[in-house]
Ligand binder design. Sequence first.
Ligand SMILES: *[C@@H]1O[C@H](CO)[C@@H](O)[C@H](O)[C@H]1NC(C)=O
Ligand SMILES: *[C@@H]1O[C@H](CO)[C@@H](O)[C@H](O)[C@H]1NC(C)=O
Ligand SMILES: *[C@@H]1O[C@H](CO)[C@@H](O)[C@H](O)[C@H]1NC(C)=O
Ligand SMILES: *[C@@H]1O[C@H](CO)[C@@H](O)[C@H](O)[C@H]1NC(C)=O
Ligand SMILES: *[C@@H]1O[C@H](CO)[C@@H](O)[C@H](O)[C@H]1NC(C)=O
Length: 379
Amino acid sequence: MICVVAAVLFGLSLAEAAILPERSVITDHTSAGSLGGKWYHRDDHPAHALFKRQSIPGDGVTYPAIGSKQWLSAYPQGLPDTSKLPQEWVNALNAAVAAGKIPDLAPSTNNAAGLPTYGSLKPTSPEVCSGTYQCQIAGDIWAAPDGFLGCGFDDGPLPPSPRLYEFLQQQNQRATHFFIGENMLQYWQEFQQAITNGDDIAVHTWTHPYMTTLTNIELVAQFGWTMEIIHNSTGGRLPRFWRPPYGDSDVRVHAIAKELFGLTAIFWNQDTNDWMLPGGTTLAKINTSMTKWLTGPKSPGLIILEHELSNDSVQAFIDAYPVMKANGWNITSTAELAGNVPYQNADSSTAPVTPANGVIVGDINSSEAPSTSSATSAP
Ligand SMILES: *[C@@H]1O[C@H](CO)[C@@H](O)[C@H](O)[C@H]1NC(C)=O
Ligand SMILES: *[C@@H]1O[C@H](CO)[C@@H](O)[C@H](O)[C@H]1NC(C)=O
Ligand SMILES: *[C@@H]1O[C@H](CO)[C@@H](O)[C@H](O)[C@H]1NC(C)=O
Ligand SMILES: *[C@@H]1O[C@H](CO)[C@@H](O)[C@H](O)[C@H]1NC(C)=O
Ligand SMILES: *[C@@H]1O[C@H](CO)[C@@H](O)[C@H](O)[C@H]1NC(C)=O
């Protein structure tokens, strides 16, 4: 295993980044509105008191409040500048490459249809094993155990998220949120709400790119910053899972996620296409697909791709939820399927945290402590 000290991940002091200029909302497939001007609250604004976490234990470190100036200025705006990464991250990558842990595979090129291509190499060959082509790398998760349904949502936090969070809370249902780094920064109140709810936070990268098209160092930036903001906003929890945007991963991306960051990928086995709402699909079509899956066989279990991207995509889940229940599915936060725990150093979003400082990210110690269970591939 590669020895990457977590102090590596967390011991940086970024030069002052400008406080949120106007920027567009990062979503899966659309570029939508933007928030202009100074929309954030000052540190002493009463809003901060509203969102203070009273009861969730952390690692003992006092982190800047989510949404505070200090917090907002600590992370990159938009695409991370790879020349401004913490030197330790760069060293860790170099060490992993030198140790032969990272396959020497060139980044893919997207063809006209948006599909990654690898020159003369077949995307499904063992040297590539592209997730876009449904090639499954051992250890990654593509389905739930029989009878289980993984509850999880991509692309948040975003303005439609609170409605989802209120619904989940009313139902006493925990979920996994595969969050985009930039969105956590911009929609920090929604981010805080998900944490306060006790939901599980997983990595959906910093800017939602086709990961296989990126260079190694660009991948480190996408993973590193997203891990960092989740760690420093959840009392020191290190996510255990990530979801590749568009399902686009390969052996090289897999190795960087696993060796440097201890991350396991969770894909899906049914797709609602809810990201196309409105326009590309309809609630009625999603209802038809959902009904088929939810009333169908329970083997394998379901990981349905769903998004907290629009009011309608949230609605599609709210409509389907009673049907999930009525059909006897065991609905579990996606990161908690198969007895997994959502963090590398905590058993849950509300459980005590083993400080990651000095622990090795991606090392066997940090990926197994403190739980006895480790990430396993569902059948
Ligand atoms: C994250 O927290 C650690 C302390 O655990 C600190 O050293 C590091 O600078 C923080 N990172 C950011 C980007 O604020
Ligand atoms: C979201 O959708 C629900 C149900 O269709 C509707 O009642 C609600 O007003 C919508 N909210 C917004 C902000 O559009
Ligand atoms: C589909 O729509 C019908 C009619 O509104 C509703 O009763 C049913 O619960 C919906 N099913 C799903 C899976 O959303
Ligand atoms: C779901 O599975 C968990 C873990 O096996 C179990 O503890 C729980 O009772 C099950 N819940 C339902 C509703 O079947
Ligand atoms: C990892 O565990 C081994 C065996 O328990 C121990 O010797 C080693 O010091 C641990 N490493 C870290 C970084 O905690």
